[in-house]
Write a protein that binds this ligand. Structure first.
Ligand SMILES: C[S@@+](CC[C@H](N)C(=O)[O-])C[C@H]1O[C@@H](n2cnc3c(N)ncnc32)[C@H](O)[C@@H]1O
Length: 244
């Protein structure tokens, strides 16, 4: 029997209300894409992890402490690097397929201090000043709104709390920038909405956080248009009761 989705009120696979055939295909494609991305992520990144990312994660996350939120935790690659001085870890990951990988990996770590949520970085619903440390590694390139996500991070940090970041950013090489702008629409479709032209350090500063460490380095084993990275720590000032 042929099922015509146009006539259905509830989609049989996804359980959502729809009456439009043209909504189904993008949704199916998105699910398949998300599944493939989550399944292949660790494998695709393995060389870059070995050549630079593992070392950078280790060094960066050694500074984490207290109550910690990681946004866009992906498959959980940061988990082995959290030191004992982190008392509680919330890993947020909005993508259901990535979250499955994350849950699998998280099983190997101390369960009593770990929680996994589906929050997007833009809106967590947590009270102000909930965390001492927020971690974002290779995530601020993918969030739909950089400004909204950073404002949420600022809100969630306690006074003297710190954002630990590792992000790829817009190139400082003009010809590469031109290619980043050209490739961005296609790259975004293939790589989970990843943007190539974000100036993340400037956006962090615009929230009111103070960048106290900043290291720039090329990400080994990646094409030139995603190679330039920044990593470091941005702190919320102690007297930041209300932002000016
Ligand atoms: C390139 S992966 C990085 C994964 C991991 N943080 C790492 O360091 O390898 C980007 C992650 O950001 C997540 N992401 C996308 N949009 C997001 C949003 N609005 N809020 C939080 N995470 C998001 C994706 O689901 C994905 O897991």
């Amino acid at each position: 029997m042929m099922v015509r989705y146009r006539t259905l009120n509830r989609h049989p696979l996804f359980g959502v209300n729809t009456t439009q055939e043209d909504r189904i295909l993008p949704m199916v494609m998105k699910q398949i894409h998300s599944y493939l991305l989550a399944k292949s992520y660790d494998y695709a990144m393995r060389n870059t992890e070995k050549r630079c990312l593992q070392g950078w994660r280790e060094e960066l996350l050694a500074q984490a402490s207290g109550d910690l939120l990681e946004i866009g935790a992906g498959t959980g690659v940061n988990l082995p690097h959290y030191p004992d001085k982190v008392s509680r870890i919330i890993l947020s990951e909005p993508d259901v397929q990535m979250r499955k990988q994350l849950q699998r990996k998280a099983g190997q770590f101390q369960k009593e201090r770990l929680d996994i949520t589906s929050w997007g970085a833009e809106s967590t619903g947590m009270p102000d000043a909930s965390f001492d440390t927020i971690v974002s590694t290779l995530v601020l390139c993918s969030v739909p709104s950089l400004e909204t996500s950073l404002n949420e991070i600022y809100r969630l940090l306690r006074p003297n709390g710190v954002l630990l970041f590792l992000e790829h950013v817009i190139s400082d090489h003009p010809p590469t920038r031109i290619w980043q702008h050209r490739l961005e629409p296609l790259w975004g479709l293939c790589a989970g909405n990843c943007r190539l032209t974000r100036d993340t350090a400037t956006a962090i500063l615009a929230t009111g956080l103070q960048i106290e460490q900043l290291t720039e380095a090329p990400m080994a084993g990646t094409p030139a248009f995603v190679r330039r990275t920044i990593r470091g720590a941005a702190r919320k000032s102690l007297d930041s009761g209300e932002r000016a």
